[in-house]
Design a protein around this ligand. Sequence first.
Ligand SMILES: Cc1cc2nc3c(=O)[nH]c(=O)nc-3n(C[C@H](O)[C@H](O)[C@H](O)COP(=O)(O)OP(=O)(O)OC[C@H]3O[C@@H](n4cnc5c(N)ncnc54)[C@H](O)[C@@H]3O)c2cc1C
Length: 447
Amino acid sequence: MISPDEYVRKREAVAQFLRTSNQTGSLALEKTTSNLFRQRVPEPRHKLDLRHFNQVIRIDPDERVAEVEGMTTYEDLVRDTLPFQLMPAVVPQLKSITIGGALAGVGIESSSFRYGFVHETILEIDILLPDGTVVIATKDNEHKDLFFGFANSYGTLGYALKVKVQLVPVKKFVKLRHERFSDLDTYCRALGRVCQDRQVDFVDGTMFDEQELYLTTGESVDQAEWLSDYTYRHIYYRSIQQKSVDYLTIHDYLWRWDTDWFWCSKHFFVQYSVVRWIWGRKRLCSRVYWKLRSRFNRSPLAQRVAKALTGRQEAVIQDVEIPLEQAVEFARFFNREIGISPVWICPVMVYDPSVSYPLYPMTPGKLYVNFGFWDAVSTDHEDGYFDKKVEAKVRELHGKKSLYSNAYYSREEFWQLYNEPAYRALKARYDSSAKLKDLYEKCVLKQ
Ligand SMILES: Cc1cc2nc3c(=O)[nH]c(=O)nc-3n(C[C@H](O)[C@H](O)[C@H](O)COP(=O)(O)OP(=O)(O)OC[C@H]3O[C@@H](n4cnc5c(N)ncnc54)[C@H](O)[C@@H]3O)c2cc1C
């Protein structure tokens, strides 16, 4: 932890640096970790290093808020809140996701049916603008346009230096129930019902295929009849098929998907017992897989070998939200046209119907189903063929697509979906000299 004074000193130093810097080229964030799946086109950029803004400043258990620097990881924040039996209202599942990244992107987890997306759990943001000014944005001050416009801005309006995060009470353990369904209609009805009833604390699901779907609910409890451990020998996603009831500590529950990067660790062969044993517990985590993937992306030789072994493939790595009423249609389309398995399912609903986040607007009172799919499919089509199909279907069903991965929208289509008038107004007020790339340039053109 650092003191509020120390944070202010750092904030003034970086703001001063930016104000007096005569660097040219567009501004970009220097980061060690990332959970973005689109690689930016190499070009000269003025890299701003904010990596030292990575500390928790204050936990207030009475007010149930945490003040944290923008580059703090959720892993670090959770470590400091759990001793108070509190957790951030929504904790994205990968340990290296930062508060600033999840806020400027779109973060979701199994508590989202109650609390909405990560950005809906944020109470105040200190934002460093590209000209070196720092503004404090809240729901009702003179920068409320930026407060609400920050979600889904992906670092194109400014950088979050400090964030006030809403905390919620938790108990020591989570009792999980994995209920199996063998048809989509019944599954989606049950998903809707469980979210409406609000008798549980966490809801997510896993689709292995249309005949094997699981609805997983979690209940915060003080006592556990036994405790499972999916941080080494056993694999969480497989347990869903094997157990109908399970218990985890709240810590292990929050990070249940990190150990095997949901199921994507299979690409590193670590789901084989022997490899897992040699690999070791410490290296079973999304941070390590991410590093390996980055190395792979930088190595033309490794890519050639992979292509020789698997043939041409398209990475289809996306999270999309579909209104519950259309979820069955989307799932059928997805299984027929894309065919990746498993698929992560997570319900989400607007937390406060009286406010709206203009760059990622959702209809209040409507339950959406997030489908998360992260794999590669064999292809002999043009680049982006499968992703474009997904984009078209999401649009047809009035869904939303997160922008952390590849996007293929035309400029016109993109701005219809992501609210050009609101974005332009924000850009004009907070980055009038366009030191940061705009959202389309960054997320679609990868500039
Ligand atoms: C396989 C996979 C699974 C995922 N699963 C989930 C999931 O289950 N739940 C979930 O919530 N999310 C998930 N995500 C998405 C992830 O939360 C977002 O990509 C998020 O933006 C990543 O945050 P990060 O801290 O890693 O930031 P980065 O990946 O480094 O950056 C993300 C974007 O945010 C900007 N940014 C970073 N820090 C700041 C800041 N302080 N201020 C302003 N802008 C900033 C960056 O410029 C960049 O454009 C997943 C992503 C992948 C690839």
